[in-house]
Design a protein around this ligand. Sequence first.
Ligand code: GAR
Length: 193
Amino acid sequence: TTKIAIFASGSGSNFQAIQTAIENGKLDAEIGVVVTDKPDAYVVKRAENFGIPVFSFVAKQYESKADYEQEIINILKEHEVQWVILAGYMRLIGNTLLSAYSNRIVNIHPSLLPAFPGKDAIGQALEHGVKVTGVTVHFVDEGLDTGPILSQAAVDVVEGNRSATEAKIHALEHELYTSTLQKLFKKEIKLFH
Ligand code: GAR
């Protein structure tokens, strides 16, 4: 069983999908702790409902990114976390955390990268008028949504309908993230470069 931490800043629907897949025996993992930079985010409620510990922090209360990332690393070590799983964590990972968890940090992004990195990828795709968008699971490096890609899946845009497009993307995210993590932890896919 692989011990993981989920990092999230928002609703936490991906957190919930991962925890549900674990409980249903579809993902051989255990969430040791949820880390959030938004103490009021709904993900905190969801984690509490599952009885999973939460570490909340407020970045501006620290002198530097290195300072709060070192505190996060201490928490991860306490919980014997092996992999860091970003699920709507809206903050760049710094060198401190990247070197402590080298090639052990994964992210999900709601577009077919390298298209539409950064914030509001779904809005960016609709604004651009693409007909197909999707979901990417990738390793995290120092860039913004730039690390090596592990898996992707496509979604047809529902024209003129943001909420329907969003719903399709979120449903696909939940499916793709859990199946990709299972393959990664079972060493059926790995980093080749
Ligand atoms: C997800 O769509 C995720 O792909 C996106 O935030 C959402 C979080 O939803 N992440 C990014 O945009 C990262 N650049 P959730 O809180 O319901 O899991």
